[in-house]
Design a protein around this ligand. Structure first.
Ligand SMILES: Nc1ncnc2c1ncn2[C@@H]1O[C@H](COP(=O)(O)OP(=O)(O)O)[C@@H](O)[C@H]1O
Ligand SMILES: [Mg+2]
Length: 230
C-alpha cells in the first residue's frame, strides 16, 4: 500500500539569505502492506507528523520517493494530489475539524459532494456510514451539540465515506477519554477486518500501539527497530 524509499526532509525557515535548515527525516525506507495496521511511535519532535504530512502530500520531500497503491505520488502535481487524496486517503486528526455551520449529515456528505457523487448515492453512503459509527439519530445535529467522542466519530465517518483504502491518523485518541478511545480503537479494528482498510497511526499511547500488527519507532528522524508487535 505504501512504499517509501530514501525519504529525507529538511525544513527551511527564514528568508532573504538568512535561511536556517532544519533536517528532520533521514533516509527513511518503509513498506506498509495492504490491510496492515502500523503504529509509528517516537518522542515529540522525532518527525512523526512530518512523515505523515509527506505521505499525505501536504509537504514535498527534500529527497526520496513515495508510492501509494502503486502510484508515484512524489511526482504528482498539486491537482493530481488533490484528486488522489480524496480517492485514496482518509485522515483522522486529533482535533476533529468538523465544519462549523454544517450538520453531522452535511459534514459526512461533503467529500462526496466534492467528488460529484450523485445525490441518491450520497444519501445511501452517508446514512450507512453514520449507522456504522452509531450516529444515525444525530444526523441533523451540529458538531458543537455533540460530545468530543461523538465529534471524533463524525470526522471518522467523513474520512471513510468514500471508502479510501488507506487511513492516516496523527494522535487520533489524543483528546479522547479512555472510553471513547476504546470505542475508536474497536472501530479501527472493525474497519480493518471488514473493509480491509490499511492504517498508519502515529501515537504516543501504548493502548493505541497495541492494536497495531507492527510498530515502528522514529528517533531523531531515523527509523529504528522496525519489527513485529507482540
Ligand atoms: N513547518 C515547520 N518548519 C520548521 N520546522 C518544523 C516544521 N514542522 C516541524 N518542524 C520541526 O521538525 C521536527 C519534527 O517535528 P514533527 O514532525 O512535528 O515531530 P513529531 O510529530 O514527532 O512531534 C521538530 O524539531 C519541529 O520543530
Ligand atoms: Mg506530531
Amino acid at each position: 500500500m505504501i512504499r517509501i524509499k530514501g525519504l529525507s526532509h529538511t525544513y527551511r525557515i527564514g528568508k532573504r539569505g538568512r535561511i536556517i535548515e532544519v533536517p528532520v527525516l533521514h533516509e527513511i525506507d518503509l513498506h506498509v502492506a495492504r490491510k496492515e495496521i502500523v503504529a509509528v511511535t517516537g518522542r515529540s519532535g522525532s518527525g512523526k507528523s512530518t512523515l505523515l504530512n509527506l505521505i499525505s502530500g501536504f509537504i514535498r520531500p527534500s529527497a526520496g520517493e513515495i508510492e501509494i497503491d502503486g502510484c508515484p505520488v512524489t511526482r504528482f502535481s498539486e491537482g493530481e494530489w488533490a484528486d488522489f487524496r480524496l480517492q485514496k486517503i482518509g485522515f483522522i486528526f486529533q482535533n476533529y475539524q468538523l465544519i462549523p455551520g454544517m450538520t453531522v449529515y452535511e459534514n459526512v456528505e461533503l467529500p462526496m459532494v466534492l467528488r460529484k457523487v450523485e445525490p441518491k448515492q450520497r444519501r445511501r453512503l452517508a446514512e450507512e456510514m453514520l449507522e456504522r459509527v452509531g450516529l444515525a439519530e444525530f444526523a441533523a445535529f451540529y458538531g458543537d451539540e455533540l460530545s468530543g467522542g461523538m465529534q471524533q466519530r463524525v470526522s471518522v465517518a467523513r474520512s471513510l465515506v468514500l471508502r479510501p483504502p488507506l487511513i492516516l491518523a496523527d494522535e487520533p485518541t489524543g483528546s479522547l477519554d479512555s472510553e471513547n478511545e476504546r470505542a475508536l480503537l474497536d472501530f479501527i479494528l472493525q474497519l480493518n477486518r471488514e473493509l480491509q482498510v490499511t492504517f498508519l497511526i502515529v501515537t504516543h499511547d501504548r493502548r493505541v500501539a497495541s492494536i497495531a500488527g507492527r510498530r515502528i519507532h522514529l528517533q531523531d528522524g531515523r527509523l529504528v527497530g522496525e519489527g513485529a508487535a507482540v
